[in-house]
Write a protein that binds this ligand. Structure first.
Ligand SMILES: [Zn+2]
Ligand SMILES: [Zn+2]
Length: 69
């Protein structure tokens, strides 16, 4: 796999869009890994402060999708 930007060997994949990037072009952005219902039905989040980000895509704030439930 090669970097989306410069065609060097990629080191990681963007956590948001899946593009591959080399170390030079990889950025970091907070991400939420998982969300689940904990004890007493308390919703819990597992955040990652420095998830790999390609620097190209633009992750938006979460959009409520109540119609899915
Ligand atoms: Zn690169
Ligand atoms: Zn991306």
């Amino acid at each position: 796999m090669e970097c989306w930007e410069c065609d060097k060997p990629a080191k990681a994949a963007c956590a948001f869009c899946g593009r591959f990037v080399c170390k030079e072009h990889a950025g970091k952005r907070p991400n939420i890994l998982a969300m689940y219902l904990g004890a007493k039905e308390t919703p819990k989040l597992i955040p990652v402060a420095d998830a790999i980000w390609c620097g190209i895509c633009d992750p938006q704030d979460p959009v409520p999708m109540p119609e899915l439930f």
